[in-house]
Design a protein around this ligand. Structure first.
Ligand code: SAH
Ligand code: SF4
Length: 390
């Protein structure tokens, strides 16, 4: 009987199972290499495992790859992936390459933004993910597989580059060397993870934490805990729980307002966990974790872009040793919210900096591909349902 997908299992769990099956321990190492280095999607691909063992694994575990339904790439090469799950639900991941010109870093640094739920129950008024409510939590393997599937896609793309004809001027295509390295060594593409896709990650706490342990493990995804940022709309008990975890991830809090008045208007979660409680949990996290928290602050015209927010926002940022990420709002089909004019955005960040706050303004990447969470799924679901009607 298939109990679980194999990518939901830790090394310890696999060790225990293989022991029961009287298999030598090195077989687990071989299996893990197939899963996380070669990103295999079939048991048959695992050629150095004996056939009876492969059959036993196939009877016992699932091994299902995400199905790519749609991919969008922005001009600046941010890539957005829409995946179909086994129950036909749709989720998204976004791949954001670091801009070498910006960071002066020649190595390939890529950030992947992953989803943790189908839909979202928290219903922030401005957000596409919550528009159709919450459907279900993602399983451990569905979180892990987003990373593997994007890396698989990238390796296949690199292969295309490698096989592409040499340009007429005889120059080597730039990506060729990287492509070769990636395919032959199974090198990792993604070294930064942000848990900011669809869903409220801390509402799927156990699956998320297990997936992150697998993605962090040297035998798994190999992504450093400090390179993993969890974004939350402000679930106080879970922030406190996260603070006590042995693995110390980075925390981003979606603030979007520095007073309860503003937050209550746009984020229903604030009625359950008002700012006083949220900031106290953040303080606890910051003390235990010792790292800077990030406040995400979407700038929405006429809602939270008033300079009266600056003083309370600066106070919170100072108290919690937090930096502020200002993000101009991405318009969502069917919602009337707008981003403020650029001059207003610039005035807002200038005022924050004048108050001594470390702040950045995302001069949007990926606006043209609906980079904010949930938007590609929303559009695709609407198109599908229109197609059914016609
Ligand atoms: N539920 C979590 C993580 C997913 S949302 C959270 O709320 O933090 C990730 C981020 O995208 C949040 O900061 C969210 O407020 C922001 N976001 C949602 N819709 C957006 C939009 N239309 N434009 C810009 N940012 C948006
Ligand atoms: Fe859910 Fe985050 Fe969107 Fe709010 S912003 S509805 S918590 S996904």
């Amino acid at each position: 009987m298939t109990v679980n997908d194999i990518r939901s299992q830790t090394r310890e769990e696999l060790d225990a199972q293989f022991k029961l099956w009287e298999q030598p321990a090195y077989r687990v190492t071989q299996l893990l290499k197939w899963l996380y280095e070669h990103r295999a999607t079939t048991w048959d691909a695992m050629t150095n495992l004996p056939k009876p063992l492969r059959e036993q694994l196939a009877r016992h575990y699932g091994l299902r790859a995400l199905e790519l339904v749609r991919k969008q790439g922005a001009r600046d090469t941010t890539q957005k992936f829409l995946w179909r799950l086994h129950d036909q639900s749709l989720i998204e991941s976004v791949l954001i390459p670091a801009n070498p010109a910006l960071y002066g870093d020649p190595t390939d640094r890529h950030t992947l933004c992953v989803s943790t739920q189908v839909g979202c129950a928290y219903g922030c008024k401005f957000c596409a993910s919550g528009l159709d409510g919450w459907k279900r939590n993602l399983g451990v393997e569905e979180i892990v597989e987003q990373v593997l599937a994007v890396e698989r896609w990238h390796a296949a793309e690199s292969l295309k580059v490698e096989l592409a004809p040499v340009p007429p001027d005889g120059a080597t295509p730039v990506e060729t060397d990287n492509a070769k390295r990636e395919i032959s060594s199974g090198a990792r593409l993604i070294n930064n993870l942000v848990i900011m896709g669809m869903g409220e990650p801390l509402a799927n706490y156990d699956n998320l934490l297990k997936a992150l342990r697998i993605l962090n493990a040297p035998w798994g995804g190999g992504i450093g805990a400090r390179k993993i940022t969890i974004s939350t709309s402000g679930l106080v008990p879970q922030i406190r729980k996260l603070a006590a975890e042995p693995l110390q991830f980075r925390l981003a809090v979606s603030l979007h307002g520095a007073t309860d008045d503003v937050r209550n208007q746009i984020m229903p979660v604030n009625r359950k966990y008002p700012l006083r409680e949220l900031t106290s949990a953040c303080e606890d996290y910051q003390k235990k974790n010792g790292r800077m928290i990030t406040f995400e602050y979407i700038l929405i015209a006429g809602i939270n872009d008033d300079l009266r927010q600056i003083k309370p926002l600066a106070e919170l940022a100072h108290r919690l040793n937090a930096k502020v990420n200002l993000i101009p709002y991405n318009t969502v089909e069917g919602l009337s919210w707008q981003r403020p004019a650029e001059a207003v955005q610039e005035a807002f960040i200038k005022a924050l900096v004048t108050h001594g706050v470390t702040a950045t303004l995302r001069r949007e990447k990926g606006h043209d591909i609906d980079a904010a969470c949930g938007q590609l799924r929303l559009r695709t679901e609407r198109e599908l349902s229109d197609a059914m009607k016609s």
